[in-house]
Design a protein around this ligand. Structure first.
Ligand SMILES: [Zn+2]
Length: 291
């Protein structure tokens, strides 16, 4: 009997310490089996994806001009580093933001169809980026956005009521008309995440290098499991959070978090340190959330 009381107290203590309250749902999704990737002509899809990701990354990453998170090349100075980055300084709808007051409305469900597999993992020097084969998408208000890549930030860039999460993953999608939608999932340091375990094993140590992910090892990387099973979200219009800080980006910030362990957080922050842009002025923008 005593041992049961001890175990219950231990679990309660861990919840208080970590603040991890969304364990049940998300653990289940993390444990779920890898998806079936067998329906594509993979090599053809891979070549097409690589070309399309390279093209999108030229618009999304802009890694050619040196920027970072330290003093001189840090977020406060991004706007002065290149004329291409002027929105980082002059933009009026920038991201991330602190999600405080929200407008409760009826928001449509986001349909996640993450069926394709990751094909490589890149150490960009700023983060770990996982590039996806073509075929994964979200549907938002009837519009289709294709998943190009996902990457990580420590701590989270978006704050909720002034507080960051330990980490965030950003899923970057692009529609046929070039419009970008990013889904942010906040991650709390409490329990080991199996998908992260598989990804971290593959991080190339050298900045600027990439590693291919084989079809076989991709089976163990369940990208969809990083999305919390409760799909409630915040939505607002913002920008890319890295240069060139392009605006007209639709942001979806999931209200529920996904777990990651303290050790897994440490592996990332030892490599990249703090890679979160500070919150930006909201300039009267409305953040909507579902009722
Ligand atoms: Zn990001």
């Amino acid at each position: 009997m005593k041992i049961y009381i001890y175990v219950i107290l231990l679990v309660l203590f861990q919840l208080v310490i970590t603040g991890c309250t969304s364990i049940g749902n998300d653990k289940q999704s993390i444990d779920s089996i890898a998806e079936d990737h067998g329906r594509y002509d993979e090599s053809k899809a891979e070549r097409a994806s690589e070309k399309s990701v390279q093209k999108s990354n030229r618009a999304i990453d802009h890694t050619k001009t040196t920027w970072g998170y330290g003093d001189e090349i840090g977020p406060e100075n991004w706007g002065d580093l290149s004329p291409d980055f002027h929105l980082c300084k002059k933009g009026s709808r920038q991201s991330p933001v602190d999600i405080t007051e929200t407008q409760q409305v009826k928001l449509g469900k986001i349909q996640f169809k993450y069926n394709s597999r990751p094909y490589n993992i890149v150490n960009s020097g700023h983060t770990v980026q996982v590039n996806m084969l073509n075929g994964s998408s979200i549907k938002l208000d009837g519009k289709l956005y294709w998943l190009k890549q996902f990457h990580f930030h420590t701590p989270s860039e978006h704050l909720i009521d002034g507080k960051p999460a330990d980490m965030a993953v950003h899923f970057v999608h692009k529609a046929r008309d070039g419009k970008i939608a990013v889904v942010a999932v906040l991650m709390d340091g409490c329990f080991e995440n199996k998908t992260i375990r598989q990804l971290w094993k593959k991080i190339p140590r050298k900045p600027g290098s990439k590693k291919k992910i084989s079809k076989k090892s991709a089976k163990w990387i369940n990208v969809k499991s990083l999305i919390p099973s409760n799909r409630a979200y915040y939505q607002y219009m913002g920008s890319l959070t890295t240069p060139p800080c392009t605006e007209e980006v639709t942001w979806i910030v999931m209200r529920n978090s996904t777990p990651v362990s303290r050790d897994q957080l440490k592996v990332f922050s030892d490599l990249f340190g703090n890679n979160a842009r500070p919150v930006q002025n909201k300039n009267y923008r409305v953040i909507r959330t579902s009722k």
